[in-house]
Design a protein around this ligand. Structure first.
Ligand code: B4P
Length: 197
């Protein structure tokens, strides 16, 4: 199975590039951000807790996200594989993902790390906020999200480097198509091995 983590700071293009990978490889998509926004819209218990954290730019607590992820994964047909978009976001979540995949007889094929300068991230998110009206795309929340990214999420880069699955992709100041082409080249290098087991 082709199991991909698409990784990067807020606004680095995880959602954008996930869509293109799904189209090309027929993967199932799990975006924890999207699942949480749906929970908020439905005003579930999890949604209410998520809303509290997301509105401040903080992460939703690991135990809630990890349980949610395992449930969503089991509700999906595996098919060719899964693209994990926005998960993991902490070392704890990274360790949990390894276990969740191992328990289901599979593993991680590749982690794509989208690198974008902070100035460009802020600019993209402010622009998205104007169009989407997302409540977390305002300057105060964006600043908090970037701080959280550096403190809690960026340590996963070393975690995945050590595991030998990380590929860095320059994803700032370039077109969506150029970035996608480079991602596809990286995925094609692991594709055969991933599909063999
Ligand atoms: P997410 O929904 O994952 O959102 P994101 O990181 O802000 O966006 P993404 O990187 O997908 O950016 P996009 O492609 O849209 O998370 C939202 C919140 O949910 C988190 O802050 C957190 O609170 C919570 N959460 C989610 N997962 C969690 C977890 N695992 N644990 C705890 N909490 C969790 O791109 C952004 C913009 O840039 C778009 O407008 C796009 O059009 C544009 N863009 C993309 N590529 C471009 C390019 N090459 N050039 C110019 N613009 C580009």
């Amino acid at each position: 199975m082709l199991n991909i983590v698409i990784f990067g700071a807020p606004g680095s293009g995880k959602g954008t590039q996930s869509e293109l990978l799904i189209e090309k490889y027929g993967l199932n998509h799990i975006s924890t951000g999207e699942v949480l926004r749906k929970e908020i819209q439905d005003q579930t218990e999890l949604g209410k807790i998520a809303e509290f954290h997301i509105s401040k730019g903080h992460l939703v607590p690991d135990n809630l996200i990890i349980d949610m992820l395992a449930d969503v994964l089991d509700s999906k047909k595996r098919g060719t594989g899964i693209i994990f978009d926005g998960f993991p976001r902490t070392i704890e979540q990274g360790k949990a993902l390894d276990k969740i995949l191992k328990d289901r007889g599979t593993d991680l094929s590749i982690v794509i790390n989208l690198n974008v300068e902070e100035e460009e991230l802020i600019c993209r998110l402010l622009k998205r906020g104007e169009i989407s009206g997302r409540s977390d795309d305002n300057i105060d929340t964006i600043t908090a999200r970037l701080k959280v990214y550096h403190e809690q999420t960026a340590p996963l880069i070393d975690f995945y480097k050590k595991a030998g699955v990380l590929v860095d992709i320059p994803a700032g100041g370039r077109s969506i198509d150029q970035i996608s082409k480079e991602i596809n080249e990286a995925v094609s290098r692991v594709y055969e091995k991933a599909m063999a087991c």
